[in-house]
Unconditional design. Structure first.
Length: 324
């Protein structure tokens, strides 16, 4: 790994301005790793910007909105989709975190405008990936990009602001479903390091708090879930539009039940889009099922989107793939 971090450091130092961009509907892994990388680049004396899809008050995820309010003291230079062209020149490096897919980044058009691009991701490589990069590191064995960034911090012998460490720890906890999946010795070491440099468990709990009604509604859906064979559970929501993270949370909850090795949750995430979130404890490769439906992800964590289809039709398509 030292060679990887050395190569990444050289790329940073070659450029005058680094723009950090993650995926749409930013989560705690993407946000935490972006903030960590921002502070690393800043420590090199480089000009750095964070490209975000939405302003703090516009986020549907209250946890992300809270996290952004708690880093105001860091004076992060943020650029948004409506004004970014003035920040790009010949010596700009665009660093994409927590995704490698063109259609998942916040601003795909930015990929065409910036010549030098770097990608750091922990998802299984799929189609429509970002090409012509000056640096690329993809490792599906990692729990999260926050785990990668902790390794980079250790290599550089640097630390980050305690609130950034807290956001990073929150991202690791969410991406591992409370250290139940995608967890190795390095994952625990990363969490311990973040606690050592100031991550706060109480602040983390504040970020994870949610609306009581939303929690109870999710429990109702979990109660109505069904077993579709000896070791797979399925939950289907109603036609209310929900966030992708809500589907993921339900699938992760189903994994806690006896005899459930894999779980699928189907719900509407847009007027014309039905999404399926798949989770596994590791015995079943859910990425293969989602790939067959046009999606992708990890062995234990995958998803897909189906357009112009009903919930019932989405269920039938999933069952057919599982049967095959």
């Amino acid at each position: 790994m030292a060679e990887i971090w050395e190569q990444l450091t050289k790329e940073i130092k070659k450029h005058d301005h680094i723009i950090i961009m993650a995926h749409k509907d930013i989560d705690f892994d993407a946000l935490g790793s972006s903030l960590c990388f921002y502070q690393i680049v800043e420590s090199f004396g480089k000009k750095v910007s964070l490209f975000l899809e939405k302003r703090q008050e516009e986020h549907d995820n209250p946890g992300i909105s809270k996290a952004l309010s708690k880093i105001a003291h860091l004076n992060i230079h943020i650029i948004y989709p409506n004004h970014y062209k003035e920040y790009i020149d010949e010596n700009t490096l665009l660093v994409i975190l927590d995704t490698h897919k063109i259609d998942r980044v916040v601003c795909p058009h930015l990929l065409d405008l910036v010549k030098d691009k770097a990608v750091i991701d922990h998802h299984v490589k799929g189609s429509h990936y970002i090409k012509d990069t000056v640096f690329s590191y993809m490792n599906s064995g990692l729990s999260s990009i926050n785990e990668f960034m902790v390794g980079y911090l250790k290599y550089l012998e640097k630390t980050v602001d305690p609130m950034v460490a807290t956001i990073m720890l929150t991202g690791i906890e969410i991406d591992t479903n409370n250290f139940h999946i995608k967890t190795t010795e390095l994952t625990y070491e990363a969490a311990a390091f973040l606690m050592h440099i100031g991550a706060d468990n109480i602040e983390k709990l504040e970020l994870l708090k949610e609306n009581k009604d939303d929690y109870l509604k999710r429990l109702d859906f979990v109660k109505k879930s069904e077993m579709i064979n000896d070791n797979m559970a399925l939950c289907i929501l109603d036609d209310t539009i929900v966030l992708p993270k809500d589907l993921a949370i339900i699938s992760e909850s189903l994994l806690l039940f006896d005899n459930v090795d894999a779980a699928f949750t189907i719900g509407r995430t847009d007027e014309k889009v039905i999404s399926i979130s798949a989770r596994s404890i590791g015995k079943i490769d859910v990425e293969e099922y989602m790939k067959a439906l046009g999606g992708g992800g990890h062995l234990t964590d995958a998803a897909c989107q189906l357009e112009n289809i009903s919930l019932k039709e989405a269920k039938q398509e999933l069952l057919q793939v599982i049967k095959r």
